[in-house]
Write a protein that binds this ligand. Structure first.
Ligand SMILES: [Fe+2]
Length: 266
């Protein structure tokens, strides 16, 4: 039954996102990147649902969350020509407004609608707030993990595969040498890097590496290892002994979690 809803959502998403394309390739590129990203997050959600032994309805719901999580990016780009929420609008909230306005979740059971809304609303939050509903929390954790897994892929295609970097996708950051010590210190402490400490591309890579500490689910660590995007991304950082040590410790932690081991030997 959820599968039928998923197909309906997919058809809506395809038509909705197509309506934002202008036909001007450079202008449309950031949106094409988001369309590809959406398909990949949806695929990651399917993989996580299977790894977590979800039912076929659970899997369809998980895919719906992946499919709809970045709907707000399209009107955000149209109106503000940026993906920086801090200078435009919260794209998660904007997406939920669009989903409501177009009645995309019409006909879904109330519980499923609430689970989807919670996951989408918090997919880009700095931290996931505690919530007593276990299903809501699980879907939100899956979505945050699936999204990060694919953001690593997106940036890996820029930093390693030589895909032309688009300033909108890269948050308009300068490609200057060196890094901000406060960003590395957050990573060393196993904390998220704050955007105020991100001043160039290297800082942004450190921020992405620190997301490892915000990955929730064991199968997501395994997917991260198998996909290999983050390790490749880390390989593009400048060679610096202090930075290298911290990054290695972080990747070692991820490898342990992927192998199902406790976070450290201590
Ligand atoms: Fe997003």
């Amino acid at each position: 039954m959820m599968k039928a809803h998923l197909i309906r959502c997919q058809n809506w998403f395809d038509a909705y996102t197509r309506s934002f394309l202008s036909g001007d390739a450079p202008l449309d590129l950031p949106l094409q990147v988001k369309i590809e990203h959406t398909a990949a997050v949806q695929a990651n959600m399917a993989r996580l649902a299977i790894a977590l032994d979800g039912s076929s309805d659970d899997r369809a719901l998980a895919e719906m969350a992946g499919l709809l999580h970045d709907v707000g990016r399209f009107p955000q780009y149209k109106q503000y020509h940026t993906f920086r929420d801090s200078v435009s609008v919260n794209h998660a909230r904007l997406g939920l407004q669009e989903i409501g306005r177009h009645r995309v979740l019409h006909g879904l059971p109330t519980a499923a609608r609430r689970e989807l809304a919670f996951a989408i609303a918090h997919h880009n939050a700095f931290m996931l707030p505690a919530h007593p509903d276990r299903r809501r929390t699980l879907l939100a954790r899956m979505l945050r993990d699936a999204d990060k897994l694919d953001i690593w892929r997106v940036f890996k295609t820029y930093y390693c595969d030589g895909r032309r970097l688009n300033a909108t996708v890269d948050l308009d950051l300068a490609d200057t040498p060196g890094y901000t010590p406060a960003a590395l210190e957050s990573l060393r402490q196993g904390r998220m890097v704050r955007l105020v400490d991100v001043h160039n591309r290297n800082d942004f890579k450190l921020l992405q590496i620190a997301w490892i500490y915000d990955i929730n689910l064991a199968p997501a660590f395994a997917l991260m290892r198998d996909q290999g995007h983050l390790a490749a991304l880390a390989g593009t950082l400048p060679s610096d002994p202090v930075l290298g040590r911290v990054v290695k410790d972080t990747l070692d932690y991820a490898a342990r979690r992927a192998a199902g081991l406790p976070p450290s030997n201590l």
